[in-house]
Write a protein that binds this ligand. Structure first.
Ligand code: SAM
Length: 273
């Protein structure tokens, strides 16, 4: 089928050709027969075939016209498979399946839209579980802890909503065409119950983005001066003292819980973004 077509770089098409890794990543999806699974970017079906064999209730979302048409015709007669031709970032994902809260997401996703996809999936209400293959560098940032060089807004954002863990390394040689970087398959399990409301989550995101965009500045300065933050000036010192945070700290020293507490205390009056 599509093996004869030229992969589209604009759609991040690097197809997983290593059969062991295909099996391993599809096997990381913890869904049994008739349970809902959503696959993002099925491409030529490297993971899809394994999921279909397990008789999960599978919905796949593929943006490429030809690949979507090929998958639709391949699975036309299979009532367990629904092929959606569209952009995962603009679809209302929760309405695709009837039971979003029970749905496991899986995807070997294009590098250029990894972060928006992750933030999209970690919006309330959460799906049940997420298995994603991402660039090794992005996996490193997601898994980084406070005080490390790669710790930033992505580590905090994912850590507040979910528990991320590494499944396995996926070397670049496992793909065709071979990309320039290695990947890592990860599990990102949304927290149940959630720790944040939608509004609280949006405020923490404003705070973490602002803080890490001024990464070398001190916390007190960021809170008082960053143009995206409207913290009540008179309260900054008291709030920091109450949370045991020194104004001289750099943002990379704060835990996800510190950011959550700071946003709740200082951005309460800021309109939700
Ligand atoms: N899952 C396949 C595999 O492992 O071989 C394909 C992986 S390839 C890295 C990414 C796939 O996502 C491609 O098939 C591409 O066409 C598709 N894609 C790219 N952007 C997309 C989007 N916005 N929405 C849905 N699918 C997208």
């Amino acid at each position: 089928m599509a093996a004869r077509r030229r992969p589209k770089r604009s759609l991040g098409q690097n197809f997983l050709v290593d059969p062991n890794l295909q099996r391993k990543i599809a096997g990381a999806v913890r869904a049994g027969e008739d349970e809902p699974v959503l696959e993002i970017g099925p491409g030529r079906g490297a993971l899809t075939g394994h999921l279909v064999d397990r008789r999960v209730r599978l919905t796949v979302v593929e943006l490429d016209d030809e690949l979507a048409a090929e998958l639709a015709s391949r699975y036309e007669a299979d009532a367990h498979v629904t092929v959606v031709h569209g952009d995962v970032l603009s679809l209302d994902l929760a309405s695709l399946g009837s039971e979003w809260g029970r749905t496991t997401i899986v995807g070997n996703i294009p590098y250029n839209i990894t972060t928006p996809i992750i933030f999209r999936l970690l919006r309330l209400p959460y799906p049940r579980d997420i298995v994603l293959t991402v660039q090794a560098e992005v996996a490193g940032r997601i898994l980084a802890g406070p005080g490390t060089r790669t710790y930033g807004a992505l580590s905090v954002g994912v850590g507040l909503h979910a528990r991320p863990s590494r499944i396995c390394r996926v070397p670049r040689s496992a793909f065709r065409p071979v990309p320039r970087v290695d990947s890592v398959a990860m599990r990102i399990t949304p927290r149940s119950p959630p720790r944040l409301t939608r509004t609280a989550a949006a405020r923490v995101r404003v705070l973490t983005r602002a803080a890490f965009s001024w990464r070398r500045k001190q916390l007190g300065t960021i809170l008082a001066r960053h143009p995206d933050l409207r913290c009540p000036r008179g309260r900054i010192e008291d709030v920091l003292a109450g949370l045991g945070l020194a104004p001289a700290l750099r943002p990379e020293r704060l835990s996800p819980e510190d950011f959550m507490a700071l946003a709740a205390a200082l951005l309460e009056d800021q309109p939700a973004p």
